[in-house]
Structures are given as structure tokens and as C-alpha cells.
Design a binder for this molecule. Structure first.
Ligand SMILES: *Cc1c(COP(=O)(O)O)cnc(C)c1O
Length: 463
């Protein structure tokens, strides 16, 4: 059908396996050390015991698995079916608004109950913890997207959920907190006096408004000192998280079959890299194994440009230097980005898989300013009717730029992007944009140079 707007799969079409890119990574781990995970204190490769304190064993097993296809457990598929398969849209009205010969498609993850892709990994993580018989999870959240996904997942599996929420968001954005509490989670503003690390931060600065780094450190401490009662969950960066998200791209490939087209380029925004990887890795698999030549484009904010301006090296995953050291594109673990509205993209590092594939040339990276991304988001909202999350707006703007290039050159290309979430809890940001209050953030060269001075020294073969 030539005038179709959305491609919808049935529940029976829901993929039965996730795609694990580990066996297909086109880089030699022995030479590049891209997948090394080092202990933050000893700087030696970590043992499974170290990780088992924090993560369910099945999750750790997925991190090191070399099986290309990993079965999605039936209880996870059952819950996925509450909102999956998600629709693939042809953005015909956007094409018209831009007057471009390009065909623009977007995969919409905002249809999940909490409005983003994050439940795709929260559900299996909660299921694995339930299997191991733990009491619940601790986790952190910035603006609240990951916290709401994890709260919902824990609720489905009858687990406790204890969320450390960055204090400034806790005070300014009560709606996400209310969702988490509706699912039965406890939400603590961080820094708090519930943990030793939080007490230390508060002793130094009683008025601290917190940061994601501090909240991670509190959640990790709470799990690590619980004698196995609680596990810790992370919503991005780690290999199994990226793999759980591949349900997005695997569905999209089936939907492109229905549409009778195949993308010339696939685009996603990157914070820690999970929605981007989830959408694009199945297409990278086809590039690697079936000779497809789809361009793969990661989009980040100019205010936090780890892929385009960071260094590809070893760094700590968190500010307090309690999380493992991994090789990734980083701005330095002490780098604190400007308070842009795309809170989910304010991470100093990047998923090691994504970093390695940027380094090897399989993924391109671009950085966009928030004023331009909100302009793109408004064009999109007015054409398609969906107000996107400020994070997702980065992918939208990059897709619009490519579509305008097609117009200039008079070529028809098929452009696809992942719309990772809706922006109905981010309307304050839209208000600021419309009032002209948003700032442009140039590449913060001096601050990055400063934060790069404190990278850990690692001597590892292949590094
Ligand atoms: C959390 C979030 C992101 C960024 O995280 P990734 O792991 O890079 O995907 C992007 N979009 C939305 C809507 C989010 O909630």
C-alpha cells in the first residue's frame, strides 16, 4: 500500500530472541581491549564475584556470552506484549513539511507505559533478580525516566524498588516521582543520609543538589552493603542492556519488510548508548553479514560531546570511582555537563560497544546544539503530532538535516530514526524554548581539557 503511515506487527510477530553483537564485533579484543572491565581500585580485570554482588548472575552471563541469539524468557515476552511490538511510522507529513524527496521513518518507543524504551531492559533485569530470590533493587535516576521504568518492572515481579533521585530533579520534577510511588517504589532525594557516601557529601556541602554520579554511588553502596538482599540495576551502557534493547531494531527490520524498503541510514540519540544500540545493532549485523551498506549515525549534544570530542581510553564509570573502569569515549569522570534539558544525554562516557564501533568506523557520530534540537522537535511535533523527549529530539534533528540534504541534492534516500520517548513530562523545557530562554552551548574545550587530567592510569596488554 503506497499511502500507508504505520507498520504494525501482531503480538505473534514479537521476536523470540535478542541479538547479541559480541560474536560479531569487528574488532579484536586481544588487540584493542575494548571489552576489558577493570576493578576501580586494583585496575585489574574484575572477577565475576565482584560483579555478582551487584548484578544477577544471568545478567553477568549475558555480558560475556558469545551466543549470537539469546532467547527472551517467556515471562519477559508476556510483559513486553503490554506495549510491544511498537509501531514503525512513515513520517509522510514531516516529509511534506520539509518538501524532501527522502522517505523518513521512525520507530516509536514512546508507546511504553512509562513513555520510553527503558522498560525493554528493566523487565528482564527484574525477572532475573526475581529468579535469584532477592528482595528488590536499588537504582538511581536523574530526571526519572529510568526510575519509573524500574519501578514498574519491580512492581510486576513483586520486588521492592528503592530509587535515589538527584535532589534537584526531586524538587523540580514531582511527576516522575509520583509515577514511581504509584508503582510502590520508595524515592529518596540524593544526596541522602541513608548511605555513608551520601552522609559524606552532605557533611561537606549540606545544600548539595546532587548529581547522577552521586546518586549512582549511593545506589551501588546500598546494594553492595545489603548482604545480597538487594541488587543494583543500571539502565544503559552495559552489554546486556544494549542487547535487551535490540528488540527495537529486530522489530523494525520486519516492519521495513512490510514497507518494502530498507534504510540507507539509521539514526539514534546517545546518552549511554542503549536506545541507539538497540535500534541500530540489528542493522549493523546486516552490514557485517549481508553486505548491506546502511550508514549508522549516533547523535549527541554539543554540551556533552563524548563521541565527537572525548578521548577513547580507560575511565571510571562514575564520579566517585566506585564503578568499574572500562574503555570508552569519555570526557573524564569528573566532567559535569551544562544543565541541558536532555538530561538522559548528560553522561561523561559511552557504552564500550558503541565506542569500539565508532573507533573502527562502523558508526558515525555528530553533535547538535539543544536550540537546534528543540527547533527540530517543534517541526516534528507540528507535522506528526507527537511531542518528543528532548533526548529523542537529537535523532529527529539529525534526520531532518539529512532529509534537507536530500532535497538540496535531489536524491531519494530512506532515513530511519528511533524516537526513544515522548516529552509529555518535559513540557517545562518546551516552555523555555518557546520563550527564547534556552542557551546554546559551544564545545566546552577548556573544561574538557581540565577533566581529562584525572583519567586513571591503566597498563593493560592491548590497551
Ligand atoms: C534515558 C533516555 C535516553 C538516553 O539513554 P540511552 O541509554 O543513550 O538510550 C534517550 N532517550 C530517552 C527518551 C531516555 O529516556
Amino acid at each position: 500500500m503506497s499511502d500507508q503511515n504505520k507498520y504494525v506487527l501482531t503480538e505473534a510477530d514479537l521476536p523470540k530472541e535478542w541479538y547479541n553483537i559480541n560474536p560479531d564485533m569487528p574488532v579484536d579484543p586481544a588487540k584493542t581491549a575494548w571489552n576489558a572491565v577493570l576493578h576501580p581500585a586494583t585496575k585489574e580485570p574484575v572477577t565475576p564475584d565482584f560483579l555478582a554482588v551487584l548484578f544477577p548472575m544471568r545478567f553477568i552471563g549475558e555480558a560475556v556470552s558469545m551466543e549470537r541469539w539469546i532467547e527472551i524468557p517467556e515471562p519477559v515476552r508476556e510483559i513486553y506484549k503490554l506495549w510491544r511490538p511498537s509501531p514503525l511510522y512513515r513520517a509522510r507529513r514531516l516529509e511534506k513539511a520539509l518538501d524532501t524527496p527522502a522517505h523518513i521513518y521512525y520507530k516509536y518507543e514512546g508507546v511504553s507505559p512509562v513513555g520510553s524504551h527503558k522498560p525493554n531492559t528493566a523487565i528482564p533485569q527484574a525477572f532475573y533478580a526475581k529468579e535469584e530470590g532477592v528482595t528488590g533493587f536499588t537504582t538511581e535516576t536523574g530526571a526519572g525516566q529510568w526510575g519509573s521504568a524500574m519501578s514498574m518492572a519491580c512492581n510486576f515481579f513483586d520486588l521492592e524498588c528503592h530509587v535515589y533521585m538527584v535532589k534537584v530533579s526531586y524538587n523540580q520534577k514531582p511527576y516522575r516521582r509520583i509515577i514511581m510511588e504509584t508503582f510502590g517504589a520508595t524515592v529518596t532525594p540524593s544526596p541522602s543520609n541513608k548511605t555513608q557516601y551520601g552522609q559524606k557529601v552532605l557533611a561537606d556541602n549540606p545544600d548539595s543538589l546532587g548529581s547522577l554520579g552521586i546518586a549512582i554511588s549511593e545506589a551501588v553502596e546500598a546494594a553492595a552493603t545489603s548482604n545480597g538482599k538487594y541488587k543494583y540495576s543500571l539502565g544503559s551502557v552495559l552489554g546486556p542492556v544494549l542487547m535487551h534493547q535490540t528488540i527495537i531494531g529486530l522489530e523494525a527490520i520486519k516492519q521495513f519488510d512490510m514497507a518494502g524498503e530498507y534504510p540507507d541510514m539509521v539514526i539514534g540519540c546517545v546518552g549511554g548508548g542503549s536506545n541507539f544500540a538497540g535500534f541500530t545493532f540489528p542493522f549493523i549485523h546486516k552490514n557485517l553479514t549481508e553486505g548491506q551498506k546502511t550508514r549508522v549515525i549516533a547523535v549527541e549534544p554539543t554540551a556533552c560531546p563524548s563521541l565527537t570530542k572525548g578521548k577513547y581510553t580507560f575511565d571510571y564509570g562514575d564520579t566517585a570511582q566506585m564503578a568499574p573502569i572500562v574503555k570508552m569515549h569519555t570526557l573524564g569522570h569528573n566532567f559535569v555537563p551544562e544543565g541541558i534539558h536532555a538530561g538522559g544525554l548528560r553522561y561523561h562516557g559511552m557504552a564500550p560497544h558503541v565506542s569500539a564501533l565508532v573507533d573502527s568506523g562502523h558508526i558515525e557520530a555528530v553533535a547538535l546544539d539543544q536550540v537546534d534540537t528543540f527547533e527540530g522537535a517543534s517541526i516534528f511535533a507540528r507535522a506528526e503530532g507527537i511531542v518528543p523527549a528532548p533526548e529523542s529530539a537529537h535523532a529527529i534533528r539529525a534526520a531532518i538535516n539529512e532529509a534537507l540534504k536530500c532535497k538540496e541534492e535531489g536524491v531519494k534516500k530512506v532515513i530511519a530514526f528511533n524516537l526513544s520517548g515522548h516529552g509529555l513530562f518535559d513540557l517545562g523545557a518546551y516552555d523555555e524554548y518557546m520563550k527564547g530562554n534556552l542557551k546554546r552551548f559551544e564545545y566546552p574545550a577548556e573544561r574538557i581539557t581540565e577533566s581529562m587530567k584525572e583519567l586513571p592510569e591503566v597498563t593493560l596488554q592491548g590497551a
